[in-house]
Design a protein around this ligand. Sequence first.
Ligand code: ATP
Ligand code: MG
Length: 393
Amino acid sequence: MNSKPLFLHDNMNKYFFNREYDIKRISYQINSVRESLAQHLLITGIRGVGKSYLIKKIISETEHDIICVYIDFSKVYSSYDEDLTMEIILTELLKVMNDSVNNQEYTNKYANTIKELIDNVKLKNYDFGKAKEIFKIPIPEVETDYRKLSQFVMEFPQKIVDTIDEVKGFVIFIDEFQTLTKMDNLDKFFWLIRSYTQTQHNTSYVFTGSISRTSKLIDEINGDEGAFGGRLNHFEIKPFSEVETRKYFDECMPEIEFTDDGFDRFYKCTRGIPLYVNSFYNVMDSSVVYSADVVKETFFMNMSQILFRWFRIWSNLNENEKEIVEILIENDGLTWTDLLEKTSVSRGTFNDNLKTLGYKGIIGVQNKLYFIEDYLLKAWLKHEKEVYGSYPD
Ligand SMILES: Nc1ncnc2c1ncn2[C@@H]1O[C@H](COP(=O)(O)OP(=O)(O)OP(=O)(O)O)[C@@H](O)[C@H]1O
Ligand SMILES: [Mg+2]
């Protein structure tokens, strides 16, 4: 039996299934940077639905006259001990932009022009920390000047397009943008981008996040009062439908045999979320016929492999956050007040905890009622409680 990779990797084309329609719609919008009609996108979807996979695929298929850069803010966040500041975010952005430009075959041809561009920006007062070299031109370490830094970073992509004939557009993919809710001035970051996008017709921003359609964050960014005020084109990436999941097995994993009710059960359990479909597949056996009972048994026996992403997330929650989740497992759909009443958490901390649980894709709100967003996470925690008498640490 083969197994499916569960992380992003270089040979993803071999494993990538479906999504033709999403690719078409999103690529179309991205390609409009060539015509000076830069679009800005918001791509959301629940955890494991395949957002990062999809954008990597789109990047790999985009022609080289559009420079695509990718940054995962959750990785940036976890690589710093301190809280994320605007300076860190901007410096990290600059680093990935610079790397992408440096990787192109025309870089040498333009080295002098680009040096001039940097001189013109007169970035005198900024200490670039880790990004000390731009186009292999060392930047002197001097005092921090936020205004100059932000201007430089924000103007960089469009200046590259204007300077290099071979480049027709610049697209910046910001994955796990919801991590920025951890940063006090998230709003400032979005307003900053927004203020530059108005005059940059060949630079696109694509924000991707593991949040549900109902998340307040979407409204904060793209609602009437938000920085983008409805200008972000919103795409929601959906799990595979039952038909697509069936087709996925037929085409890519034909050795697995299901009875009809076995497949129904499998689909109900994984809900077509590619992460679960693949990790479930990795524990399946081609010599077994999967009836509903066998699917159920296989799931409970291999939970730790199927739900490996949640294990890490769960063990990193603090006690208060775990308490809130446990309450919601026992009482699905509570209002803010009812939920607060059942916890031992103070009001101030409670809101922080809800925010964290929201951006980690654990809880959602609908019609003012809070619930556990991920069905399998819920099944796992319930099972642990039933079998061991308590929730996992
Ligand atoms: N189109 C696809 N074809 C085949 N497998 C896929 C596809 N999309 C996603 N997967 C599988 O699902 C896994 C999770 O995908 P991905 O990391 O892109 O999800 P995500 O939505 O970015 O999740 P998170 O919210 O945790 O960041 C991948 O590692 C891969 O195994
Ligand atoms: Mg992702």
